[in-house]
Design a protein around this ligand. Sequence first.
Ligand code: EPU
Length: 416
Amino acid sequence: MDKILVEGGRSLKGDVKISGAKNAALPILISSLLTDGVCTYRNVPDLKDIQSVKQLLSHLGAKIETSGDVVQIDAAGLFNHEAPYDLVRKMRASILVLCPLVARLKRARVSLPGGCAIGARPINLHLKGLASLGASIELNHGYVEASADFLKGSEFYFDMPTVTGTENLLMAAVLAKGVTVLRNAAREPEIVALVEVLNQMGANIKGAGTSIITIEGVPSLKPVSVSIIPDRIEAGTFMVAAALTRSDIRLLNCEPDHMKGMIHKLRQTGSDIQIEGKNIRIKGADEIRSIDLKTLPYPGFPTDMQAQFMVLMSVATGLSMISETVFENRFIHVCELRRLGADITVSGNTAIVKGVKALSGAPVMATDLRASASLILAGLVARGSTEVNRVYHLDRGYEAIEEKFGKLGAAIKRIR
Ligand code: EPU
């Protein structure tokens, strides 16, 4: 398996272009199942997870063509209603085909995703929601089997906001008979992006971006041609890199409105951040101030940026308290960061980080995408060389990460 080698201590300079958002692209590509014409998607990032979703959609009968960052999907010939274990195991977001398959083919058989490194991650709310729209659901041999001659609008209350849960139910409700109201829905920008695409396909959805979303079902949807929104987590990762290495860089093609929480927090650490339309310029401060943070559903601070901020706090002045409230086991990076010399104590869902003068490079690895990204960041600031193993996780969610850091002046290379 590939590894990435980072020599720490270089400062970064220049521009970096932010790619399309993985977590917006996945549901949007899957929404092509809801229509039977050719949909065109631009600004699709070249990632392992995108390859996995394309593999899954082809398995279901869709025809897919890719040219650069443009992906065309034609689900007219959709014939298969089963998402097998091998495909779902690779990527949990595969569960997003459940509702579109029931809406289009009246039935679906999708492998249960199971837990993963960051937590149990149940899908009970996806299933309860789909049942409330009239589907009958059974769990057999590790598979969810759902069927409905037709789906019927209903009111559904999410016990907690779930991003893919909200997306799945949106894709059930768009073709249901009557009106569906989703309460305590997730409010992430990726939800708003999916709703904009569905509305362009002819759906009638109101309230995206708030916790109450109302969907009036329509008989059919038409194909679209759309562009994927920029990846706020990739952008945030580069911003933390600049803050950590006290550098001056510019992020091109991002959406600062989606990043207010992290920008606010980075400013508190001392970074100077200027927003220039769709670009962001960040200059790291000589002294990194420690801050406390708590992850929360959007518009709170994103759990997908917690590991990266923990690295920043590892070399800040003073003590920082980081609470993870979204996933129960998202401190996988802590042990690895300790091996680089970080002083971190974990108690329950809170990590106490005591800033140290410097980290020192070592071989490391992680079993989660954002944890792996945090190790690259640690490598950029550590003394000596850091070898990040199991790069597979990084490739799931960061497009050409070593090339982008290399262009900014980092000493980083992939060893195949
Ligand atoms: N939850 C339930 N029941 C459900 C669904 C969720 O209890 O039926 C719980 C989860 O266990 C978790 C909380 O609700 O404690 C929130 O999870 P959510 O469902 O919102 O997460 P997700 O939809 O599985 C997406 C992103 C994650 C991101 C989270 C939180 C995609 C494909 N994935 O996951 O992204 O961390 O929302 O923002 O959109 C990543 O990109 O590295 C990543 C893990």
